[in-house]
Design a protein around this ligand. Sequence first.
Ligand code: KIV
Length: 283
Amino acid sequence: MLTAPEIRALKGQRPLVWMTAYDVIQAQVSEEAGIDVILVGDSLGMTTMGYDSTIPVTLSDMIHHATMVRRGAPHTMMIVDFPFLTYPDVPTALTNARRIMQESLANGVKLEGGHDVIPVVDALIKEKVPVIGHLGLTPQSVHVMGGYKVQAKTSESIARLIRDAEELSAHGVTAIVLEGIPDRVARFVTDHIDTPTIGIGAGPHVDGQVLVFHDCLGLSPHVPKFARPFADIRNIMIQGLQDYRQAVMDHSFPHNSETYHITDNAWNHFLQEYQSSEPGSSQ
Ligand code: KIV
């Protein structure tokens, strides 16, 4: 398992490959595929719980899913998202980080924001909790952003993002997720800090990439512009279920080889006993 210092040390050495996961099977296949870091993202609100944003996701939801992921991927670094409004101040963040780390056995936490979250970042790192930052399109701010829009497109917002990244880096975060920003901004940030940047919708010039599991494998009904489905799992699943339905309807499932059997002897013995115990039989 990679550790937080090893993640930082890999900047400039090789690309880092991160993946989200929300349950045991997704964790197992991610670990088997050699993913560097599994992120239990609050995107589970959309991918797994059917909400249209991350806002309704609770701390208990995150811990519930993170414990499944930990069981499926015991040898992979696992980062768990702080969900909406669970890190508004230092005492609340520490209480909630303790629950995440102790109950799910996470290796670190991720939070959204820059300058404003620095006191929380400092307190967590002081208490030995590895922290991942998240800048750019931060989904927990969907209502103030006015939707899921690409960020850092004006001089002022680009400068703010760079300042935030520099500050997070200087305060010792393990990595910074850059989401939904132009490629040139991502490259500039990546070149100006010594902390690894992990892009999602941030172009190729970052230190690593993260994708949502469902987007990466073609499980989502709609794949965002920045994602690439590397498999077509949704259609494979639909085809499999249609084949199963057809086989039940035409009685070709289950086959003899898919059925448990009993010996003639055992069955005849049962029948004899059963019949002789019937009311009216002479025992
Ligand atoms: O919630 C999440 O899955 C994330 C990734 C998209 C980076 O934050």
